[in-house]
Design a binder for this molecule. Structure first.
Ligand code: GLN
Length: 240
């Protein structure tokens, strides 16, 4: 029997800015087109997560007020499960506001939101403009350097701890903080990024790579003429 990708979407109602749930639609379609099964579970505030029941955990971006609504709940009801899932090699993909909550904290003026500490990073809302615009990075997820292109819009600046690896190096745009040329985080199968677009419709190679990592399979290519045109257009928008 063909494998099934079991996806768990964290706070899909609250954490879904810039149509980030389009990332789920891409994972679903690419599994279906290959005859792979696809199961989607959603967990919201107050609901626990079974670390063994899913191959890929997903969280989108959100406004500060959405993050305020989920941050403490995430620590209280989901942190331990997410650590257990990551430890057994499940994929965790988090975008922007979700990415910020993977670290230790998000400092917003006098308030500090806790993160789940899956990776060593912290985020601060420093004085200065929001970091907005098209962005492209070079990333290597084990198959050689590739480009990821998308759109970023964040007030928080993220700083990786010593020894933590970024998802990629900024080719164009701001990245984690507009200063160090790094974008996102990548530890094992845990990936965080500021890139919307949504991310996966514009970078289907990344969607396929995440499915491969989550299921431990190698996927055959699809006819991606249209998807590659979308990717090229996102790259062009970023000037890369
Ligand atoms: N609210 C966060 C910030 O502004 C994340 C924004 C987002 O998810 N686009 O930094």
């Amino acid at each position: 029997m063909a494998a099934t990708l079991r996806v768990c979407s964290l706070y899909p109602d609250l954490m879904n800015i810039y149509a980030d749930r389009g990332n789920i639609a891409v994972l679903r379609a690419r599994c279906a087109w290959r005859g792979l099964g696809f199961e989607l579970a959603s967990v919201g505030v107050g609901e626990p997560v079974d670390p063994n029941a899913h191959d890929l955990f997903y969280m989108g971006g959100g406004q500060d007020r959405d993050q305020i609504a989920v941050a403490e709940d995430m620590v209280a009801t989901k942190r331990d499960s997410l650590h257990a899932a990551a430890d057994r090699g499940a994929v965790v993909l988090a975008v922007c506001g979700g990415y910020q909550l993977l670290g230790s904290s998000y400092q917003l003026g006098d308030d500090q939101l806790p993160g789940v500490g899956l990776v060593d990073l912290h985020t601060i809302r420093e004085p200065g403009p929001r970091l907005i615009g098209n962005c492209a990075i070079e990333a290597d997820l084990g198959t050689g350097p590739r480009t990821i292109a998308g759109f970023e819009n964040h007030g928080g600046r993220t700083y990786l701890g010593d020894g933590e690896q970024p998802l990629g190096r900024v080719l164009s745009g701001h990245g984690n903080n507009g200063k160090d040329g790094l974008e996102g985080v990548h530890r094992g199968n845990v990936i965080g990024t500021y890139l919307h677009g949504p991310l996966l419709p514009k970078n289907v190679w990344l969607a396929d790579r995440l499915i491969e990592l989550a299921l431990g399979v190698e996927l055959d290519p699809l006819d991606d003429a249209m998807e590659e045109a979308a990717h090229r257009s996102a790259r062009r928008a970023a000037g890369v």
